[in-house]
Design a protein around this ligand. Structure first.
Ligand code: IMP
Ligand code: MG
Length: 182
């Protein structure tokens, strides 16, 4: 049993459940990249916990890099704007790219990011996400690998934040409405 934070209404995914699923996905990725050396990209900051667990469970040789982006379009409005706050240090031309994301919501961030990275002529781009909220999609964006499909609830922990808090919780939990409705 994990101790629950006072701002969390319920634990959606325990650290054990996450661990089992991350290992499964890592094995599938090892198979996909057999004989190749992908560059695995952590999308900061939300993916950092998932990313570090995922790569430690992968056996295929790989390199890592980091990118920070922000997608404009709030609430119900979606725009095509994507701002790079921190770019890759790696030249991805001719490389196999694996994008590691924490959660896909509207899909705008990854839709735009994939377009941007494809313009740099990698030999492949795949997306792995910890969480997917397909109900919320505004643009066509299907991840290649998904650990968990979840309902439309605002979740925190295991890297995911609300106002930069809660990233260090070891589980994924549903944030109490009272926290963000005040
Ligand atoms: P998208 O462009 O709407 O797909 O945005 C995805 C981004 O929104 C994620 O990388 C998260 O930073 C944030 N996000 C969406 N849903 C949640 C959630 O339930 N908890 C925490 N962050 C979320
Ligand atoms: Mg975030």
């Amino acid at each position: 049993m994990e101790t629950i934070h006072k701002d969390v209404a319920r634990i959606m995914l325990t650290s054990e459940e996450i661990d089992v699923r991350v290992r499964e996905i890592a094995k599938q990725l090892d198979k996909l990249y057999e004989g190749r050396t992908p560059v695995v990209i952590c999308i900061l900051k939300g993916s950092v916990v998932f990313f570090s667990d995922l790569i430690r469970n992968m056996e295929t040789p790989l390199t890592i890099d980091f990118m920070a982006v922000s997608s404009y379009g709030s609430g119900t409005k979606s725009t095509g704007e994507l701002t790079i706050k921190k770019d890759l240090a790696t030249d991805i031309q001719g490389r196999d790219v694996l994008i590691v994301e924490d959660i896909i919501d509207s899909g705008n961030t990854l839709y735009n990011l994939k377009k941007l990275l494809n313009a740099r002529l990698p030999s492949s781009v795949n997306i792995v996400t910890l969480l997917d909220k397909p109900e919320r999609r505004e643009v066509p964006m299907e991840p290649d690998y998904t650990c968990f499909v979840i309902e439309d609830e605002f979740v925190v922990g295991y890297g995911l934040d609300y106002a930069e808090q809660y990233r260090n919780l070891p589980y994924v939990g549903v944030l109490k409405r009272s926290v963000y409705e005040n």
